[in-house]
Design a binder for this molecule. Structure first.
Ligand code: BGC
Length: 473
């Protein structure tokens, strides 16, 4: 691994960032006192507050919106490397940098979330910032997250937290990361630390974002950190360890103070591939390959029975049984974007469809199918991500309308969907694609950091303005 690289903003400039707003600081202080009082009394009197209403909000990851602040993450290392054909790992050699300026603007951006009308937000915490070197936790950052949660709550927005969203400290990768089972201990310790600090204020927790995507993008397609291509053995091992990590973290956090009043779940991306034609061997084989690497059934079976089976005859066979798995999640988080249609010439769409800015067309019915499919596990569902890359803002409005219709249809049909989070609040660093993909409800000018609501986001604002259905639980 490259030697430790200085992160672009260090703790000194981080404090400076906070210091440049004295009036805001004062206001914050009084708010914090108020909010602390409010949240503690709330916790004492109404422990099931978080699931009383359908959650409607936006979802984002701190790294994608703000990059590293203290410590160095795996993605900061990865984005400076070349891939196996000698080209930059990120589209046109872009780097995340400070992205949309999350670490500077986070508190002001709460106003944007509020203006939309959200009652909840899903965001990730940055492990590299919280534990910049092994076992050294940065209390300043933990306190910052605490204040951030307080400010959200003070604005009527429920914070919900992802513990791992593709990024972790570079030192963790140096130990072998999730390829080594023993390293789960590091993640468990980090998760327990964050939970201890923030669980008085946060009742919905996601352990790991998209274990399957982390595994196949990082170890088979080589497009995400750590950029390994075609290593099925490692991909299967990493997926197994991520699922074990989820189970262990669930068991651990539930035993900590506040554990019994929190809901903890796993976030899984449902991505199915199908061939355009039923007779094209290339289309059929590509779809079968994609369905193998996206490992939907592997995850579902693990959650249902504890049986982990990752098998491709003659190439890889990994099996493990984890008896605690079926009892180790309170809900499933579904990330759903679309399906992939494969063909001889690459990803395509049906005649009546139009591609988004990525290699797929919208498929609203798919979100209903995903809900129906995962409801078989018998746990509540949150839609933790759903959105469209659409730089021209030509498809966004229709996308939002149609997908929301399908989510609401699922609820009407009796599926226990308890929330919907749009991906994402504002344009940001879209991993290997750099800044080329525009998922934001708000458009970001990356020179001036100005945020502008896209006209196509309007149907979401309208949805948010309707009264959140009360949940009968
Ligand atoms: C990830 C996000 C990503 C989004 C859009 C999901 O796989 O969780 O981090 O930005 O898809 O591609």
């Amino acid at each position: 691994m490259p030697q430790a690289i200085e992160s672009s903003i260090d703790i000194t400039s981080f404090s400076r960032v906070i210091k440049i707003r004295p009036t805001r600081k004062k206001r914050m202080l009084s708010l914090i006192i108020l909010v602390q009082f409010f949240s503690f009394s709330l916790a004492a009197t109404n422990p099931i507050f978080p699931c009383a209403h359908f959650l409607k909000g936006v979802s984002f990851s701190c790294f994608q919106n703000g990059g590293d602040i203290i410590g160095v993450s795996n993605w900061t290392i990865f984005e400076r490397q070349k891939n196996i054909v000698g080209r930059p790992t990120i589209n046109s050699g872009q780097q995340c940098g400070i992205s949309a300026g999350f670490w500077v603007n986070a508190f002001d951006d709460i106003e944007l979330i509020k203006q939309l009308g959200c009652n909840a937000v899903r965001f990730s915490v940055e492990w590299a910032a919280i534990e910049p070197s092994v076992g050294q936790f940065n209390q300043e950052i933990l306190d910052w997250y605490k204040r951030y949660c307080h400010e959200l709550i003070a604005n009527g927005i429920q914070p919900t937290i992802t513990l791992h969203h593709f990024t972790h400290p570079a030192w963790f990768d140096e130990t072998g990361g999730f390829t080594i089972e023993e390293n789960i201990n590091y993640f468990e310790r980090f998760a327990a630390k964050v939970f201890t600090e923030l669980s008085p204020h946060v009742t919905i927790w996601y352990t790991i974002n998209e274990p399957t995507v982390y595994s196949f993008m990082g170890y088979i397609l080589g497009m995400h950190s750590p950029g390994i291509v075609g290593n099925f053995q490692q991909a299967g091992t990493v997926l197994k360890n991520l699922l074990s990590a989820h189970t262990r973290v669930y068991q651990h956090l539930k035993k900590l103070p506040h554990g019994d009043r929190t809901q903890i779940g796993l976030v899984h991306q449902v991505l199915r591939a199908q061939s355009y034609s039923s007779w094209s061997p290339v289309g059929l084989l590509t779809a079968a390959f994609l369905n193998f690497i996206t490992a939907h059934e592997v995850v579902k079976t693990y959650l249902c029975s504890g049986q982990y089976t990752y098998q491709l005859p003659g190439i890889v066979s990994i099996k493990q049984y984890e008896p605690l798995a079926p009892a180790s999640y309170d809900f499933i988080g579904i990330n759903y974007y679309s399906r992939v249609i494969t063909s001889l010439t690459g990803p395509t769409c049906l005649e009546n469809e139009q591609m988004t800015d990525m290699e797929y067309a919208p498929y609203p019915e798919g979100i209903y199918e995903a809900i129906k499919d995962l409801s078989a596990l018998g746990k509540p569902i949150y839609i933790t991500e759903n959105g469209i890359p659409d730089a021209r803002d030509a498809q966004r409005a229709e996308f939002i309308r149609r997908y929301l219709q399908e989510v609401m249809r699922a609820r009407e049909d009796g599926y226990d969907v308890r929330g919907y989070f749009y991906w994402t609040l504002m344009d940001n660093f879209e991993w290997d694609r750099g800044f080329t993909q525009k998922f934001g409800l708000y458009e970001v000018n990356f020179k001036t950091f100005e945020r502008q609501l896209r006209p196509g986001s309007q149907p979401f604002v309208e949805f948010l303005s309707t009264k959140a259905p009360k949940l009968p639980y």
